[in-house]
Design a protein around this ligand. Structure first.
Ligand SMILES: Cc1cc2nc3c(=O)[nH]c(=O)nc-3n(C[C@H](O)[C@H](O)[C@H](O)COP(=O)(O)O)c2cc1C
Length: 186
């Protein structure tokens, strides 16, 4: 895919085919994260890759922020938990850069995945406590987000359609509303 096509056609996927991801593609997805920029190049991110279908189903069923909100990950062949060790990053102006570091790396992984036709969906609606318990993630580590990775079903399911409407996912603000040049005009 052309680089800009990867960027502009990526959309969150919430219905997955039960089809494995090629090993070499998963390797490149992880490599894309590993190459991301980070605060003082400290690379505070840690990625927990789950490819055991039983664990993925359990996480989808039991670690949502509210009820079974994350049930849709159940068929995805891979789930990646994007974590960080905040002590290995830093902060400026009261902003914690472990969040930025990890988000940048995770997005690089998602875009690389999409280049191979592999969908993903940033997920924040999780219970960090339950997830850490379920996966024995150490106390000092923060869970920044997670995402399933897998081939999209041809048609998005009802839940995915509802989220897209609720979040207005296909809308993008006009350039004039978010970008200005030389002086603040927003
Ligand atoms: C930080 C962050 C958290 C998100 N959390 C969730 C989530 O918990 N569940 C979900 O279904 N989508 C989640 N999303 C996906 C957004 O709803 C989605 O990116 C947005 O509506 C734009 O749609 P698109 O990704 O299809 O372009 C999250 C996205 C981001 C960046």
């Amino acid at each position: 895919m052309e680089f800009m096509d990867v960027i502009t056609t990526r959309r969150s996927v919430r219905s997955y085919l039960n089809k494995p991801i090629k090993k070499e593609h998963l390797e490149l997805i992880l490599e894309a994260g590993r190459n991301a920029p980070s605060y003082q190049n400290r690379q505070c991110w840690r990625f927990l890759v789950i490819d055991d279908p039983k664990i993925i189903k359990e996480i989808g069923a039991n670690t949502g922020l509210v009820g079974k909100i994350n049930f849709f990950i159940k068929d995805a062949p891979v789930l990646i938990i994007a974590c960080a060790d905040p002590a290995k990053s830093g902060g400026i102006n009261g902003q914690d850069y472990y969040l930025v570091d990890t988000a940048v790396a995770f997005q690089q992984m998602m875009l690389t995945a999409w280049n191979f036709g592999i969908g993903s969906c940033w997920m924040a609606a999780l219970s960090e406590k339950k997830l850490k318990q379920a996966l024995s993630i150490p106390k000092k580590i923060r869970v920044v987000g997670m995402s399933p990775f897998g081939y999209p079903k041809e048609k998005e399911g009802l839940y995915g359609k509802m989220v897209k409407v609720f979040a207005g996912s296909n809308n993008r603000k006009k350039k004039d509303d978010i970008i200005c040049f030389n002086e603040w005009k927003l």
